[in-house]
Design a protein. Structure first.
Length: 210
């Protein structure tokens, strides 16, 4: 973009794609149409933003590494025989807090700490189903196909990541979907790209292998 100064961790000096659009498309009707094409619509109307609870916003802004929170309402056609209910779903996309050159234990601890902050903010916002990103406990190393990254693999049912999330799931009454690199210790340490589903009581409901 002309005149934009790139800042590390930003989009050409802007906080988000939405900020760029709103700065450069000043016609409200055109801006609505661009967002409709990019994001779609919900029951014929733009997806409506929601105000976050102060506790959730404070958790995000007060972190040593502040993170962005956004909330939107997606509505559905009402059913005839059941009353509507609200289900709050959280989707997490997180950058690695530690450099990929750091010791693996340092990288993993940093990711655990970051996830705990984010999950606590989500819990304060009333989220009841939270989905972490693919292979969130490690750098996204699948493109390199280097063997040493397999050191991040762990048990889906008994590994330290699952144990951490079980406590958070119980604390917030939240279902957590945790995609990790799984090491199947019962079948020759086979490595899998696995999503572990942890129930709101901290129980492991199941897992899905990609």
């Amino acid at each position: 973009m002309n005149g934009a100064k790139a800042v590390d961790g930003s989009l050409a000096g802007s906080h988000s794609v939405e900020d760029i659009l709103e700065e450069h498309i000043t016609d409200p009707a055109k801006l609505r149409e661009v967002k409709r094409v990019l994001y779609g619509s919900n029951e014929g109307a733009p997806v409506a933003p929601l105000q976050l609870p102060p506790e959730a916003a404070a958790a995000a802004s007060g972190s040593a590494r502040p993170f962005d929170l956004q909330a939107y309402a997606f509505r559905a056609a009402p059913e005839e025989l059941r009353p509507p209910r609200v289900v709050r779903i959280g989707i997490v996309q997180n950058a690695a807090p530690a450099p990929t050159t750091a010791p693996f234990e340092e990288q993993r601890q940093a990711l655990w700490s970051r996830a705990e902050e984010i999950i606590n903010a989500a819990g304060a916002a009333g989220v009841k189903i939270l989905c972490l990103q693919e292979a969130w406990t490690m750098p996204f190393a699948f493109c390199t196909r280097e063997k040493h990254w397999c050191a991040f693999a762990e048990s889906a049912e008994r590994g330290p990541t699952t144990q951490l999330l079980q406590g958070l799931a119980r604390r917030w009454g939240m279902v957590v979907v945790s995609p990790i690199l799984e090491r199947d210790e019962e079948h020759g340490d086979t490595i899998w790209n696995t999503a572990v589903v942890i129930g709101n009581n901290g129980n492991v409901i199941g897992k899905h292998r990609k």
